[in-house]
Ligand binder design. Structure first.
Ligand code: GTB
Length: 218
């Protein structure tokens, strides 16, 4: 018997259905591994209440519940999904470790400067230092993109077959799609395009978009 998997997502995502919130990577991983899941939608208010804080101590989405297991942190959730079913991590132990290294690279090396720039745009726009700081934040991102682009080269994926490392890296890079920052490294938009063309990605994207459309019509 299979245990129901329940994840949480924004009841009303600020990305307006663009699939940029972090439930998207969890949905995609579940789709890649062929696992059905339920979604519990949460409001910003509910996220800060004890019931949700018991699942996610920082009051954020996504969370993941499966039987007695409750998990938070999108990277840990994707790793759990990838470890339990074939499709997202190689069987060979060394290749598996390398794929996991790319998961960490996506979340702890590439994503932080991207988030820093986004946060500055939301929080610091209008401050007198904002225009001076922006090129510094963008240069940090360009450095990472240039390094990633060189490593990827002409390969379809970062290390052999598509893996959870690629899944996370594509979701991270998508956050830059409208920034112009990807223009200097054309193999990265092509890499994103390969990721988002996967049927599992399309199913996950459609599912999160349906939440936005339903909220808009309500
Ligand atoms: N490290 C955690 C993880 O990976 O799970 C970070 C989780 C996180 O940042 N969650 C965000 C959240 O719950 C949603 S994804 N924020 C509410 C809060 O902190 O109060 C981040 C996000 C939000 C919005 C957009 N957007 O509008 O484009 C993109 C990404």
């Amino acid at each position: 018997m299979t245990t129901t998997i329940t994840i949480t997502a924004f009841e009303s995502s600020p990305d307006r259905g663009r699939g940029l919130a972090r439930d998207m990577r969890v949905r995609w991983a579940l789709e890649e591994t062929g696992q059905p899941y339920d979604v519990r939608l949460v409001s910003f208010e509910a996220m800060k209440k004890p019931a949700h804080l018991a699942l996610q101590p920082f009051g954020q989405i996504p969370t993941y519940e499966e039987g007695d297991l409750a998990l938070f942190e999108s990277g840990a959730i994707v790793l759990r999904i990838a470890e339990r079913r074939p499709g997202l991590l190689p069987a060979d132990a060394d290749a598996r470790s390398r794929a996991i290294a790319w998961m960490f690279a996506a979340l702890s090396t590439v994503e932080p400067p991207i988030v820093e720039r986004e946060m500055a745009t939301y929080v610091e726009r209008g401050k007198d230092w904002f225009e001076a700081r922006r090129p510094i934040l963008e240069e940090r991102i360009r450095t990472r993109l240039d390094q990633l682009s060189r490593r990827l080269g002409d390969a379809p994926w970062l290390d052999g077959d598509f893996s959870a490392g690629d899944l996370l890296m594509v979701t991270v890079l998508r956050r830059l799609e409208s920034s112009g920052l990807l223009d200097a490294t054309p193999n990265l938009p092509a890499y994103i395009a390969r990721g988002v063309a996967r049927p599992a990605y399309k199913r996950a994207f459609a599912a999160q978009l349906a939440v936005f459309e339903a909220a808009r019509k309500a």
